[in-house]
Design a protein around this ligand. Structure first.
Ligand code: NAP
Length: 289
């Protein structure tokens, strides 16, 4: 039951009605016996500052941040975690009792959880990263943080890819190449780890494929697609047929939420329950298509 003592959490974004986080977080909060409630909070584009100050002044203890505010919110923070600072994006905010707001990015830990769950070590590995958007930044920094030897980023816009590579050039061997470049074909066949961060193959366009020849991939490679609808993209299906170990985006989605839950409550949630709720919600959404 929500009372005057219930602690307030939420997710801001525009649009936000499709967010699965309220179902997942509220189920985990209830299961943990914690007196918190988590709501989807639609914030108008152009009204971020007043909305964030309003949440702080209304006594919220934290909130998630999603598209299109992950970068725009940075100047409103009193401090940033190392991961948020490195990738210049905030997806979770913790508000102290004094109103101090700290921006975190739990996508990095969420992304790495895919490898951790399977006991896959990243140190010394060569990686190929498909795409250079927001999720690619979290994946790139996560891979570098875990000691991969080299990362080749495949892009359709070389300028955008080069800018991303330059942001992390001090942290390791990172370069961007065009999907049309023969260096991209070589990087994909040499890679120990291939990470797919574009929307190619996502429901309802499930026949789309990123520009990678799966027949030329190393069967010993680990192939990670950040997409979670469908649970197995065509890219992952082909990689699995090639013999590769595959990881989908479900673990990342749940683990980033679990990490935010921990930041707000100091407790670890029931991750299996969160996964179950995610699958139920996705199945319900699929029925609605
Ligand atoms: P984003 O910032 O818009 O970046 C998308 C990237 O994909 C950009 O580099 C874009 O290229 C590239 N791209 C888009 N369409 C393409 C096409 N037709 N051909 C080649 N490249 C294309 O999006 P994002 O936030 O990073 O999200 C990307 C994907 O990751 C989505 O499917 C999202 O659902 C998934 N994701 C999953 C999780 C999770 O928890 N599992 C978390 C975040 C994101 P340009 O740079 O040239 O535009």
């Amino acid at each position: 039951m929500i009372t005057g003592k219930t602690k307030l959490l939420g997710v801001i974004g525009s649009p936000i009605g499709h967010s699965l986080s309220p179902s997942i977080q509220n189920a985990a909060l209830r299961a943990a016996g914690l007196d918190y409630v988590y709501a989807a909070l639609p914030v108008r584009v152009g009204a971020l500052t007043s909305a964030v100050h309003g949440l702080r002044d209304a006594g919220y203890v934290g909130f998630n941040v999603t598209i299109p505010f992950k970068t725009e919110i940075i100047p409103l923070m009193d401090d940033l975690s190392e991961d948020a600072r490195r990738i210049q994006a905030v997806n979770a905010v913790v508000i102290g009792e004094d109103g101090r707001m700290v921006g975190h990015n739990t996508d990095v830990v969420g992304f790495l959880a895919g490898f951790v769950e399977r006991g896959i070590a990243l140190t010394g590995k060569n990686a190929a990263l498909i795409g250079a958007g927001g999720a690619a930044r979290a994946a790139l920094w996560g891979l570098l943080r875990c000691g991969v030897s080299s990362i080749v980023i495949g892009v359709r816009s070389v300028e955008k890819g080069a800018a991303l590579a330059a942001d992390f050039s001090a942290d390791g061997d990172v370069r961007a190449v065009s999907f049309d470049d023969t260096a991209w074909i070589a990087a994909c066949s040499d890679a120990d780890i291939v990470v797919q961060t574009t929307p190619l193959g996502m429901t309802p366009h499930t026949e789309e494929m990123p520009p990678v020849d799966t027949a030329a991939m190393n069967p010993a490679a680990v192939v990670y697609d950040l997409i979670y609808t469908p649970a197995e993209t065509r890219f992952l299906r082909e990689a699995r047929a090639r013999g590769c170990e595959t990881i989908n985006g479900e673990t990342m989605l749940v683990a980033q939420g679990a990490e935010a839950f921990h930041l707000w409550t100091g407790k670890r949630p029931d991750v299996e329950l969160m996964k179950r709720v995610l699958r139920e919600e996705l199945a319900r959404n699929t029925l609605r298509y």
